[in-house]
Design a protein around this ligand. Structure first.
Ligand code: SAM
Ligand code: ZN
Length: 482
């Protein structure tokens, strides 16, 4: 009969710890029960291990947990320690005044019940906010308007209605002060408010707005741009009916966003069902070249901003600025490796903690705040890049336009965007707010909802009515930016 290995024998054979053996068993390592004890057939074990590609097994145990770690974990971190430990770098990176701001801000923080992680996190946040303020000051637009910026950041329970031309307003807003932008832009030549002589002039204007939005959007953040490929006259050659054609706005905008420095990430198709259009009608001609499909989708384009920033950032684990610049983990995302030999964490192959501003944001800076959790039904709904949502019904049974606006988008779009790409309390801006769907949804989700709209005369009454009814009261402030 084949020999059955005892537990200690299998540990020696595989050169692993008891904990790892326990983990392997929970992953399905075959065992044989003999009474209460586990026994192992070496052939089965070898077979299983050979087919098992789990990284925790492939890596020798010792390297996962270096001996030093147990000793190191015993030391206590506080602000004084971090300031001393990082002194050399702080002197290099910060001006004297900035360093003073850092020291004094930290002094004022109530550190009751603080543990190592809290000190590291707070130190990092204060340090980063100083770096950021400097960047914001260095990139201040000529028409920077402190009034608008303080209004924007007032009471999060009020949505902000800014009347004005999007380009002008954006030029007054602080650099990288908005965490998400969502919109459906004005349609070219399709609605009452259209104002462009031809498609190229329209795209030129949009390009300027997109350029300015790149500055205003926070780094490593997202732009959600909902647009349909319309069937219309581009007015480049003629104004007559025969000049109508399919205008692939989605494709044009992707190119523009890329030219302005954004990364194109997704094109989610909003399946509107069979929307009203005469396009498919072939007058009974069931022969070639008379056939066109119903026009029934729009794009929801997702872009990322990744401005390469090589300013040293502290290790999220130990707070050390003794970090080496690695390659970029994505285009525009600077990645770092902790070189503090007393850091609490080493990677499985014994490298220092690797991180970037983006991973820190995703894994550390917002903690495990359950308010940021995304409901399962939303994740399910947006799992595929084709999503069916019925268009908004604007006309009630009496034929009255209940939203007072001809082109609102469904709440589903800002809802997804906000839950997917922001944390609670952050700033969400729609630069073509229309009936203010985006700011309303943002506020309902505990974010700061901000909207810019040009046509005060046309829409003000309907917008205010909608805001009051949706938010159960006058939870808004409005101001002219022109
Ligand atoms: C397609 S609608 C947005 C609809 C919105 N998503 C909603 O749910 O109601 C575009 C809006 O942009 C506005 N608009 C057009 N040009 C603008 C500009 N230069 N600055 C600000 N708003 C502008 C239009 O008045 C219109 O209300
Ligand atoms: Zn570290």
């Amino acid at each position: 009969m084949e020999k059955l290995y005892k537990e200690q024998e299998i540990l020696d054979y595989l050169k692993i710890s008891r904990t790892t053996l326990w983990r392997l068993k929970s992953k399905g390592l075959p065992t044989i029960k003999v009474g209460k004890a586990n026994r192992y057939k070496i052939e089965d074990v070898n077979h299983w291990v050979a087919n098992e590609t789990l990284p925790f097994y492939a890596v020798p145990e010792k390297k996962i947990r270096p001996k030093e770690e147990q000793i190191i974990n015993k030391y206590k971190i506080n602000f004084e320690y971090l300031l001393n430990h990082n002194n050399k770098y702080l002197d290099k990176i910060l001006s004297g005044k900035e360093k003073q701001v850092l020291t004094e801000t930290l002094k004022d923080i109530n550190t009751k019940n603080f543990e190592n992680q809290d000190y590291v996190l707070t130190f990092s946040k204060v340090y980063l906010s100083i770096i950021k303020t400097r960047y914001q000051n260095n990139t201040k637009p000529d028409s920077y308007n402190p009034k608008i910026n303080s209004a924007i950041n007032k009471n999060i329970n009020d949505i902000k209605i800014i009347w004005g031309n999007s380009l002008n307003v954006l030029k007054q807003i602080k650099t990288e002060s908005i965490q998400l932008m969502v919109t459906s832009p004005p349609y070219y030549n399709a609605r009452a408010y259209s104002q462009w002589e031809n498609i190229n002039l329209y795209l030129d204007d949009m390009k300027k707005i997109i350029r300015e939005s790149y500055r205003v959007l926070d780094n490593h953040r997202v732009w959600v741009w909902n647009v349909g490929d319309i069937f219309d006259n581009d007015r480049l050659y003629t104004n007559s009916v025969w000049g109508k054609r399919r205008i692939p706005l989605g494709a044009y905008f992707i190119k523009i966003f890329e030219e302005e420095g954004f990364e194109f990430v997704d094109d989610i198709i909003w399946d509107k069902g069979s929307v009203e259009s005469k396009r498919h009608m072939n007058n009974g001609n069931n022969i070639p070249f008379y056939q066109y499909p119903f026009n029934s989708y729009e794009h929801i384009l997702i872009f990322h901003k990744h401005r390469l920033d090589k300013t040293r950032i502290p290790c999220p684990v130990c707070g050390s600025l003794k970090v080496n610049g690695n390659t970029q983990s994505e285009i525009g995302v600077q990645s770092w490796e902790c070189k503090n030999e007393k850091c609490f964490v080493r990677s499985p192959n014994n490298r220092g903690k690797r991180f970037s501003l983006r991973t820190n944001m995703m894994q550390y800076y917002h903690g495990n705040d359950s308010r940021n959790a995304i409901d399962n039904y939303i994740i399910k709904k947006w799992q595929k890049d084709i999503v069916k949502i019925n268009p908004v019904i604007k006309i009630n049974s009496n034929g009255k336009n209940i939203l007072g606006h001809s082109a609102p988008f469904p709440k589903d779009i800002p809802e997804m965007a906000i839950k997917y790409f922001t944390y609670i309390n952050e700033n969400v801006l729609d630069p073509f707010a229309g009936s203010f769907t985006t700011p309303i949804v943002a506020r309902k989700l505990g974010r700061n909802g901000i909207g810019i709209e040009l046509n005060k005369k046309l829409y003000r009454k309907a917008i205010i009515e909608r805001v009051i009814s949706e938010l159960n009261g006058d939870h808004f402030i409005e101001f002219d930016a022109l």
